[in-house]
Design a protein around this ligand. Structure first.
Ligand code: ADE
Length: 225
């Protein structure tokens, strides 16, 4: 899978050299490229933003650097993801969809966002999705892109060593994951639930299912309705 990221803060993505994603890059499973939007400016101040038409607070990212950057990256098969609190909600289902793509491009806006004509231009030529992590506002798309990249790439075959660990996790079956325990059996007077020590796999599976439902009812009743 190829992933391109366009940002005015390339250093945000230095950490993609670490951990499972770093290893997948080294092994050639992920081709991850970070681009500095400012290298597509042509003025002395390397300007990427300007005041909004119609007035209002904050600054808007100018279309020209985005056009030049994205023209050089987007191919026929690419999907362009624009992180935005004004977008559709990014979920585990979205992560699964994107994990089957050949080429995903992230356009990380700052300030109040990117001039709408950039989104409209590429939406008229290919696939564009405005994606929100949730109902809160970040300072820019970088942290959101990072979260989406991690959620997507761990579903790409070969990135996570043991694929069965991807099956029994929160959101994969529409429920939150059950509580988990490891050794020692007693810690600070708290025992591991007896049922997990007995080796009855059917009973354990049933207990875990009940715990998942109970947790979902407690923390995320919206998922049950
Ligand atoms: N940019 C700013 N806030 C965001 C959010 N909640 N999700 C995605 N991108 C964002």
């Amino acid at each position: 899978m190829r992933i391109d990221i366009v940002t005015i803060f390339p250093a945000f993505f230095d950490v993609l050299d670490l951990s499972l994603i770093g290893k997948a890059r080294a092994r050639g499973i992920l081709d991850l490229r970070v681009h500095d939007l400012r290298s597509h400016t042509h003025d002395r101040h390397r300007t990427v933003d300007d005041t909004p038409y119609g007035g209002g607070a904050g600054m808007v990212m100018k279309p020209e650097p985005w056009g030049e950057a994205l023209d050089g990256i987007l191919g026929e098969d690419a999907v362009l993801i624009v992180p935005s609190p004004a977008g559709e909600l990014f979920t585990q289902a979205t992560a699964r969809e994107l994990a089957s793509e050949q080429h995903v491009v992230f356009a990380c806006g700052r300030y109040e966002g990117i001039d709408q004509r950039v989104i409209d231009h590429y939406a008229a030529r290919g696939r564009v999705r405005l994606m929100s992590l949730g109902d809160y506002v970040l300072n820019g798309g970088e942290v959101a892109a990072m979260a989406m990249i991690e959620a997507v790439t761990r579903l790409v075959p070969g990135v996570v060593g043991n694929p069965s660990s991807l099956v029994e996790e929160s959101h994969e079956d529409g429920l939150l994951e059950y509580p988990i325990y490891t050794k020692p059996p007693v810690w600070r007077d708290r025992s591991v639930p007896e049922i997990l020590l007995g080796g009855n796999h059917g009973a354990i599976a049933q207990w875990r299912r009940e715990q998942s439902i109970e947790r979902t009812r407690q923390y995320r009743p919206d998922l049950l309705s």
